[in-house]
Write a protein that binds this ligand. Structure first.
Ligand SMILES: Cc1ncc(COP(=O)(O)O)c(C=O)c1O
Length: 377
């Protein structure tokens, strides 16, 4: 059996930065600066610059970054927040943690992001914000979303958990709304050795409030100016992220190269491949294709030691906590269709062209076997 091709490979990158991380963590141990150490501040400065934003506030994870962003904007009980119907559960959970109601809107079948033509119809007098999710690493249509938000006096919180370095019209995702939220979960394009997240913003007052919210509302010890939380980015994780920051652009370009190889190798297959919009820089956190009999394809590839994923099989409103009371003004037909058809092919920066060819061969073999079977029936 040929060597496995995993959906993601975390080990190669970890090995590449291990020495630097160990040395940085050694300094943290020696200085005993485990909470909000100088490495957190250094990382926040670097990541803000990377996003083209003025401020970055490190958080415990991406979910809390979203939750704190909503609280910083005073969004809570009685308010509605419009978001896409097909994200990871955390997007909707964060809205619920803030006490607000999530309103799920269907997505565009081409780029999988929130359908901007549906947003305006979903706005009510209770709507306070829109959370576009830059799904799989491609930015949502931010110009249109900004125009809608401005027309209705709404705030924008970007869920950029999958979109480090992605761009729309030449501007980095995360810096396009009021607050941009990132996850550094290990499998993300910029991943820690555990949980981590950040919120970025150009607004100094929001940045200050986010800093208070993540640290018990404290500007100084034992002075609690508001009901804050404990959701700080660990100093040890900041060490990992600082080491990775030096490589993120190269790794992103490698992901984009892998995507180009997939496009060349799979051009003739019965798969609908993800397209990069003309004004967008897709960072291919995931390479998600569409295929009618998706489960059979995944099984065939697994037989060849090639492992795929599904992101995400069910619309968010079907998750147990939302099922009873989800607000879905126009249904989610595209989300449901995508849930049955999408397949995430192996994607990571170190993936070689010959690995891509192996995946393409296995996909080709699967479809020709299917053709032969249907001829026999
Ligand atoms: C789109 C999206 N939003 C939010 C999150 C939540 O991030 P975290 O796992 O760091 O809490 C994730 C990742 O897990 C995500 O993919």
């Amino acid at each position: 059996m040929s060597k496995p091709i995993p959906l993601v490979d975390l080990q190669t990158q970890s090995r590449a930065i291990k020495e630097e991380v160990l040395s940085r963590i050694g300094d943290v141990i020696d200085g005993a600066r485990y909470i909000l150490g100088k490495e957190v501040v250094e990382f926040e400065q670097q990541f803000a610059a990377y996003c083209g934003a003025e401020h970055c506030v490190g958080m415990a994870n991406g979910t809390e970054a979203l939750h704190m962003a909503l609280r910083a904007l005073d969004i809570g009980s009685g308010d509605e927040v419009i978001t896409a119907g097909n994200s990871f559960a955390a997007t909707a959970f964060a809205i619920a943690y803030a006490g607000a109601d999530a309103v799920f809107v269907d997505v565009d079948p081409q780029d999988f992001n929130i359908d901007v033509d549906l947003i305006e119809q979903a706005i009510t007098e209770r709507t306070k914000a829109i959370i576009p999710v830059h799904l799989y690493g491609q930015g949502a249509r931010m110009k249109e979303i900004r125009e809608i938000a401005d027309r209705h006096g709404l705030r924008i919180v970007e869920d950029a958990a999958q979109a480090h370095g992605a761009e729309v019209d030449g501007q980095r995702c995360g810096s396009l709304g009021d607050i941009g939220c990132f996850s550094f979960y290990p499998g993300k394009n910029l991943g820690a050795f555990g949980d981590g997240g950040a919120a970025v913003t150009n607004d100094p007052e929001l940045a200050e409030k986010l800093r208070l919210l993540r640290n018990y509302g404290q500007k100084q010890k034992n002075r609690h100016d508001l009901l804050g939380f404990n959701c700080r980015l660990d100093t040890v994780q900041a060490c990992v992220l600082l080491a990775k920051m030096q490589h993120i652009e190269r790794w992103t370009e490698q992901r984009r190269q892998v995507a180009r190889w997939y496009h060349e190798a799979l051009a003739e297959c019965d798969l609908l491949l993800p397209e990069e919009r003309p004004n967008a820089r897709h960072v291919y956190h995931l390479f998600v294709a569409r295929c009618k009999q998706r489960d059979a394809l995944i099984a065939s590839l697994a037989n060849e030691n090639i492992f795929c994923g599904i992101h995400y099989p069910n619309p968010l409103c079907t998750a147990q906590p939302f099922r009873e009371a989800a607000t879905v003004p126009f249904g989610l037909p595209i989300c449901s269709e995508l849930g049955d058809e999408i397949v995430s092919l192996p994607m990571y920066p170190e993936k070689t062209q010959s690995d891509v060819h192996r995946v393409a061969e296995a996909v080709g073999k699967h479809f020709s076997k299917q053709e032969r079977t249907s001829e026999l029936v």
